[in-house]
Every structure is written in structure tokens, then in C-alpha cells.
Design a protein around this ligand. Structure first.
Ligand SMILES: C[S@@+](CC[C@H](N)C(=O)[O-])C[C@H]1O[C@@H](n2cnc3c(N)ncnc32)[C@H](O)[C@@H]1O
Length: 258
């Protein structure tokens, strides 16, 4: 199970400041089509990057609630969002949203559902707290669609399979439409958000994912330290030779409460 301690929170913050994730946030905000004064929930708000942008979109007459169950993540969010009075941050699990029925205009839920064993239950919670006509934007990734140029493709597949084995719901994009329909959402749309890196940098999205997945594989005893070093050396060389190419698609789902 992934635990967002101080080290992982700081690593994730660095990665989420990279242009590929900045673009993802812009697409998420655009999809929600927010208006001044609206009430919004940011589920699993993490370090508050999206929370802050949601708050700027609804303005000082709006309200944004960020919920997260990691204290180190919330400490980063507090530092980032503390100057905006329309933001409230709460520690807790999104499996029980501390909001009454039918009260929110919009929900953002980015890279969160993969950590939950019962995604159907949480999507029903989202439906419960939204007003009729309320909008939801969900972003998820499926690591089976990763493209990473390297000599040993089976090793690379194994690497990302190790990462996926550490989370309860790794293959959500193909299941989300059915889950949203079952919870009585309508007007479901989906678009891909490709994350592309052509250099192997530690703070890039792929750099962090390779590093993290190698750690997961090593902790599980499935990858040796030697294999990890050899793989990173090859990626560095590829990057220097302009032969590094990484792409994975994230998927942005939008839906409306009937
Ligand atoms: C990959 S981060 C994404 C952060 C943020 N949504 C973003 O896209 O910038 C995942 C976040 O979900 C939080 N999280 C995981 N399970 C949770 C749960 N059951 N309830 C609340 N937060 C949770 C983690 O603590 C972490 O901050």
C-alpha cells in the first residue's frame, strides 16, 4: 500500500510541478467549467496544487474543500493555499465525504481512485454530495499502456506491473464509464492526456515513476539492486543520445449528476 510520508509527498510535489502535469491541471479545470461562487470538492487534494487553481476559478465568493488522509500532503497544501480564505482543508478519507447531500457544484478527483479498494462506493459518495446538475472530473492512468524505449521490454513491463501490484485499483480507465453509469451519472465523456518525456530527468514524471517502481520491486524482492542500476544507467545513456522516449496516457472523465 502506498503511504504518502514526508519523502514521497515532497517527491510527488516536485513531479507535479513539471509541465506535463501543469497541462493536466489546466485540462481538468477547463473540463469543470467553474463559475464564480461555486462550491467545489478536491478529493485526495494532496499538496494543494489543483485545490489552489480551483479556488482561483471560483473566486473569493466560492468555496473549495480539499480532503486528504496524509498529514505530510496536507502540510504542503496548507503552505500553498493558506492565503486563500475560500479554501478549507480537512484530514480524512474520501470514502466518507463530510458534506451533506446535494450541496456541491463540482468535484475534482485526480489520481486518487487507484488507491481505493472500493471505487464504486466512493463514486456513489461523489454522487450523493453533488447537487443535481453537478459536475465531476476524474483523472486516472493505466500503466499497461506505457511506452518506454529500452533494451529489455519484458523487464520494463515487469517494473510497472510491480508498481501496479502495490495499489488496489490500477486499471480504472476501462472500468470508469460503467462505474459512473451505475452511480447514475450521465453525459459521460472521456479524453486522453498523454504524458510524454523525451529526457530522463529524476524530477520528470517518468523519472519519478521509474525510481519509485524500482524501489517497490526491490522491496518486494522481485528486482535486484544490480538490475535497477543497470536499467537507470541505460536510460541515462539513452537520454544523452536522444533515444529516450516515454509516454503514458492519463484519461480525463467528466460526468454530470442526473
Ligand atoms: C498522487 S496524489 C494526487 C494528489 C492530487 N489529487 C493531484 O492530482 O495533485 C494522491 C493523493 O491521494 C491521497 N489519498 C489516497 N487515499 C486517500 C483516501 N482514502 N482518502 C483521502 N485521500 C487519499 C494521498 O494521500 C495523496 O495525497
Amino acid at each position: 500500500m502506498v503511504e504518502y510520508d514526508e519523502e514521497l509527498a515532497a517527491e510527488t510535489e516536485r513531479t507535479y510541478l513539471m509541465p506535463e502535469i501543469v497541462r493536466q491541471r489546466a485540462q481538468t479545470i477547463a473540463a469543470l467549467n467553474l463559475r464564480a461562487g461555486e462550491r467545489v470538492l478536491d478529493m485526495g487534494c494532496g499538496m494543494g496544487l489543483l485545490t489552489r487553481e480551483l479556488a482561483l476559478a471560483v473566486g473569493p465568493t466560492g468555496y473549495v474543500l480539499g480532503i486528504d488522509n496524509s498529514r505530510p500532503m496536507l502540510a504542503l497544501a496548507q503552505r500553498r493555499c493558506g492565503d486563500l480564505g475560500q479554501i478549507e482543508l480537512k484530514e480524512g478519507s474520501v470514502t466518507a465525504i463530510p458534506e451533506p447531500d446535494n450541496g456541491l457544484d463540482a468535484i475534482a478527483c485526480t489520481q486518487l481512485l487507484l488507491y481505493l479498494p472500493d471505487v464504486a462506493q466512493t463514486i456513489q459518495e461523489m454522487h450523493r454530495v453533488l447537487k443535481p446538475g453537478g459536475r465531476v472530473a476524474i483523472v486516472e492512468t493505466d500503466w499497461r499502456n506505457v511506452l518506454l524505449e529500452c533494451d529489455d521490454q519484458p523487464f520494463m513491463r515487469q517494473l510497472f506491473a510491480e508498481w501496479e501490484s502495490s495499489i488496489p485499483s490500477p486499471h480504472l480507465p476501462g472500468q470508469l464509464e460503467a462505474l459512473l453509469v451505475a452511480a447514475k451519472f450521465s453525459a459521460i465523456q472521456v479524453e486522453a492526456i498523454p504524458l510524454i518525456n523525451t529526457s530522463y530527468l529524476l524530477d520528470s514524471y517518468s523519472g519519478q515513476m521509474v525510481e519509485y517502481s524500482l524501489r517497490v520491486g526491490q522491496t518486494a524482492g522481485k528486482i535486484t539492486a544490480e538490475q535497477a542500476e543497470r536499467f537507470k544507467t541505460e536510460l541515462k545513456q539513452r537520454s544523452a543520445d536522444h533515444r529516450y522516449f516515454f509516454c503514458v496516457n492519463r484519461f480525463l472523465f467528466t460526468a454530470v449528476k442526473i
